[in-house]
Design a protein around this ligand. Structure first.
Ligand code: NAD
Length: 433
């Protein structure tokens, strides 16, 4: 099938980009072949356990009712409760959720987090709604999901266009559904909450921080100096903006940034803190005074050493892979790279560090948040960050070893390790009855 190209100066719709679940399946199949997986286990993992769609009405500010479609896909829970983000996007669809949910299963397995994989969200463009409408949409969605989520069953978290406020609304709604006496025992129904409402210190920056730990480990392995190196970042939301700030602390120079509103570049460097303030005010990196506006096609060809995709899936196709001059692609986003593009990157000697390895900081600290909620504890920031760093480094070393021993790419190695753990568990437990 010919790959779609990105429209001039704009964004290709997700529908035109190809079926994300088929692409995810192709990636995972490669690792399944490598470990010679038991066909019984492969069969179970090939589809999610549950695919839930809810249609629900919400009263708008003008008094009219509007129907919304919400999703929750629960891929696998043999290692622990389903876990994964809630995304609000006008193009949200079931196949996208299935792919994202399955990646969560392998991500948790790879990092030895006792969670399964889930993902969900609402087909909605949040920019078209007031804060009050978003609150009612979130609360009604949570009520529609009812007991299909729960702190021991399925635990949502923030993702694209959702944040700690969204999670606090979900938690509060869920608390009001369970009996009065149980309210405070169910705080862990979601993670990524604000610290005041039971969240963990360090959760907001966790995913960007995890990305930066992987970059640091890679640089150490390659004897590469991060101080003064050039970085380009696509997506300046939670993941991209924290990755930018933390990389600049290591002396890296951010020379290009893009988001849904446009692309900017400055070979002298873009100050991520000032850019963050601009995005906070205007909603996009576009129009930032400290850089020049560039076209999307030119962004990928910028002179840089490291590229961090931190926007949506399937943004890195064949033309982008051909244009990239970097040494390393670190997938802050989930599924940003087409398999055909990855082949080109690897052929050019570029290391592609896969999403399930490097954007896992969020789920790791979500696990710490869930533990804190269970134990009614509040850990100090340094404690959380130390644990995160140890876990990321440990997994990095495990994957690096697997890559070397099996002479495979980083993505296949990361999946293979996760798959072996899942297979081991199925072998021990069997299936019911
Ligand atoms: P976010 O909503 O905070 O930011 C998304 C960013 O992507 C924004 O800057 C937006 O403008 C940009 N964007 C959206 N569509 C775009 C397009 N077509 N072209 C260019 N830029 C575009 O979301 P986030 O939480 O930072 O998530 C970003 C990615 O990271 C997603 O793939 C998400 O699944 C993944 N991820 C997030 C977390 C987390 O903890 N938030 C954890 C793991 C993975």
């Amino acid at each position: 099938m010919p790959l779609p190209t990105v429209k001039e100066g704009g964004v290709t719709s997700l529908k035109e980009r190809g079926n994300l679940f088929e692409i995810a399946t192709r990636q995972i199949d490669k690792a399944m072949k490598l470990i010679n997986i038991d066909p019984d286990v492969a069969q179970i993992l090939a589809q999610p356990k549950n695919e839930l769609i809810v249609n629900f009405p919400v009263r708008m500010d003008n008094g009219k009712f509007v129907m919304f479609k919400g999703y929750r896909v629960q891929h696998n829970n043999i290692l622990g409760p389903y876990k994964g983000g809630m995304r609000y996007h006008q193009e949200a669809n079931l196949d996208e959720m299935k792919a994202l949910a399955s990646w969560m299963t392998y991500k948790s397995a790879l990092h030895e987090i006792p969670f399964g994989g889930g993902k969900g969200g609402i087909k909605v463009d949040p920019r078209q709604h007031s804060k009050a409408e978003l609150e009612r949409i979130t609360r009604r969605f949570t009520a529609a999901l009812g007991s299909n989520i729960g702190p021991e069953y399925d635990i949502p978290a923030p993702d694209v266009n959702t944040n700690s406020q969204t999670m606090v609304w979900m938690m509060d709604t869920y608390m009001n559904i369970v009996g009065t006496g149980d309210r405070n025992t169910v705080r862990g129904v979601v993670t990524g909450k604000s610290v005041t409402s039971g969240g963990s210190h360090g959760r907001a920056e966790a995913t960007g921080q995890g990305v930066v730990h992987c970059i640091t480990e890679w640089a150490r392995d390659r004897n590469f100096n991060l101080d003064g190196c050039h970085v380009i970042i696509q997506g300046f939301g939670n993941v991209g903006s924290y990755a930018a700030r933390l990389l600049s602390q290591k002396g890296a120079v951010i020379v290009g940034v893009g988001d849904a509103g446009g692309y900017i570049a400055n070979s002298e460097g873009i100050n991520p803190h000032k850019l963050g303030e601009h995005v906070h005010k205007t909603g996009s990196v576009a129009g930032y005074k400290g850089a020049q506006k560039i076209e999307r096609a030119d962004f990928f060809g910028l002179d840089a050493h490291i590229f961090v995709p931190a926007a949506l899936e399937l943004e890195l196709g064949v033309p982008e892979a051909k244009a990239l001059k970097v040494k390393m692609v670190v997938e802050g986003a989930n599924g940003p790279t087409y398999p055909e593009a990855e082949d080109i990157l690897i052929g050019k000697g570029i290391d592609v560090i896969p999403d399930i390895l490097c954007n896992s900081g969020g789920v790791i600290v979500s696990y710490y948040e869930w533990l804190q909620n269970k134990r009614a504890e509040q850990w100090e920031l340094d404690d959380v960050l130390d644990r995160l760093e140890r876990r990321m480094k440990q997994t990095w070393a495990t994957v690096r070893h697997y890559v070397t021993v099996n002479k495979t790419d980083w993505r296949t190695a990361s999946y293979a390790i996760g798959l072996e753990r899942l297979q081991h568990c199925y072998r021990e437990r069997g299936i019911f009855p």
